[in-house]
Design a protein around this ligand. Sequence first.
Ligand SMILES: NC(=O)c1ccc[n+]([C@@H]2O[C@H](COP(=O)([O-])OP(=O)(O)OC[C@H]3O[C@@H](n4cnc5c(N)ncnc54)[C@H](OP(=O)(O)O)[C@@H]3O)[C@@H](O)[C@H]2O)c1
Length: 103
Amino acid sequence: MNLVVLGATGGTGLEVVRQALQRGHSVTTLVRSPHRLKPFGGQITVKQGDLLSSADLKPVIQGHDAVVSAFGPRLPVSRRGRPSPSTIRRSADERHGEDQCPG
Ligand SMILES: NC(=O)c1ccc[n+]([C@@H]2O[C@H](COP(=O)([O-])OP(=O)(O)OC[C@H]3O[C@@H](n4cnc5c(N)ncnc54)[C@H](OP(=O)(O)O)[C@@H]3O)[C@@H](O)[C@H]2O)c1
């Protein structure tokens, strides 16, 4: 599958990326600090951005089969600013024009 992993530089996200690659999945990430994923070399696609920004998030999700979120706010994030699973799903659906994200 073509996966997007959010929060890929965190403890959970790094493990998700490792296991996804072991299983032969293609991985794209959206991270604030791309240098932290250097150990994966050219095995993954790394996009730089803020996942709280729709402008950053939407183009990254486009064309992928599933989004795995290991997002964890380092600082408290207001409910208004934090993307819920349904928000991420809607972003993907808008791009695909159909329901392709597992709920
Ligand atoms: N660890 C556990 O045992 C555990 C157990 C159950 C549930 N969870 C849940 O799993 C999630 C992740 O946990 P974790 O321990 O892996 O957290 P973590 O190590 O703090 O990782 C959080 C990740 O989210 C990223 N992030 C935060 N704000 C971002 C933003 N605005 N744009 C882009 N990326 C952003 C961080 O990127 P930066 O590196 O740029 O900050 C980091 O990659 C949390 O929701 C946590 O509640 C964790």
